[in-house]
Design a protein around this ligand. Structure first.
Ligand SMILES: Cc1cc2nc3c(=O)[nH]c(=O)nc-3n(C[C@H](O)[C@H](O)[C@H](O)COP(=O)(O)O)c2cc1C
Length: 293
């Protein structure tokens, strides 16, 4: 299916874009108006755009239904400050409740049952139940259009971060496994980030990976190794060579058993390398693959 966005109505555009651009982290924004009335609303059009200066952006859009603006937007135009509270799994139902279109002046801390906690450098209160909160100054508000669905970029500089001690490891570093972020996808879908779905990809450092194009043809065209596995192999800094000291019983077995059938041997070696790569054993996988070349 190919979609020309010009042929869609605003709700359809929102539907396809929100399903495609997912998961989106959730900014639970606490703001105040000039009179000091507090507002609390979630926004998943949200992300980090710079670390120095520390800039995050979220977007309260004009309502598709009647082209009105959201209280959060009106508040930051009056008082350019916001607390961005990060939403975790234990808060998701109450966070969704806070997104109801309550009339202006209604405090969603009360409606959704969250506890306000004084910020240290700005007026809007923090959500006590959130384990990561950022006190921010709004540096710019950029409208992206005048029609229903048009976003308004609220560009914020993070002044102070509050991180719950329960998220820290012994070295005061944040432990990703402990956070349990939730994120929004299309329609009513959300996801939670926890140990069952977290995984690590080794960051390529300043040394360059050799690249897929540098892999020996038999490896590059393997019918067994996946794109992810070729990516792991091609991320080494120089083409590995056979290590005479590499001693692997299963490799020996394969070589012995399939020596009269090179095609079958290659298949077996690639299958074994695939298991090693799934285990993160890239150097070992290379040694296995090199014995087939
Ligand atoms: C998880 C979640 C994410 C949302 N993200 C956005 C968003 O990025 N932009 C937006 O305009 N509305 C978003 N909404 C809807 C607003 O939260 C909703 O319109 C809210 O009533 C606005 O409140 P306000 O008028 O008090 O600012 C989201 C709702 C939920 C539950």
């Amino acid at each position: 299916m190919i979609i020309d966005l010009h042929t869609l109505n605003p709700a359809e555009k929102q539907y396809y874009l929100q399903h495609a651009i997912a998961p989106r982290p959730i900014c639970f924004a606490s703001t105040v108006d000039k009179a000091g009335n507090v507002n609390l609303s979630p926004f998943s059009f949200f992300n980090l755009f710079s670390s120095n200066p520390p800039i995050v952006v979220f977007s309260p859009a004009r309502r598709v239904r009647d082209n009105t603006t959201k209280h959060t937007l009106e508040n930051v135009l009056e008082v350019p400050e916001v607390v961005i509270n990060i939403v975790t799994y234990d808060m998701v139902q109450q966070t969704s409740l806070a997104s109801c279109e309550f009339p202006k002046g209604i405090n969603e801390f009360i409606k959704a049952g969250f506890t306000p906690e004084s910020s240290t450098v700005i007026a809007p209160p923090m959500v006590k139940e959130s384990k990561i909160k950022m006190e921010c100054k709004v540096v710019e508000v950029k409208p992206l259009g005048n029609e229903g669905g048009a976003g308004n970029l609220v560009i914020c500089e993070v002044l102070v971060m509050h991180i719950d001690d329960s998220l820290l490891d012994a070295n005061n570093k944040m432990d990703q496994r402990k956070i349990n972020h939730v994120a929004r996808l299309g329609g009513d879908w959300y996801c939670v980030v926890n140990e069952t779905n977290l995984f690590q990809v080794e960051k390529p450092n300043t040394k360059l990976g050799i690249g897929i194009d540098a892999l020996p043809t038999a490896i590059r065209n393997s019918k067994i190794l996946s794109g992810n596995q070729l990516g792991q192999l091609a991320n080494v800094h120089e083409m590995p060579v056979i290590e005479p000291s590499f001693d692997d019983a299963h490799l020996k077995q394969i070589i012995q058993y399939y020596s009269i059938n090179p095609d079958e041997m290659e298949k077996e070696l690639h299958t074994y390398a695939s298991v090693l790569l799934n285990n993160g054993q890239v150097q070992q996988a290379w040694q296995v693959l090199l014995s087939a070349i």
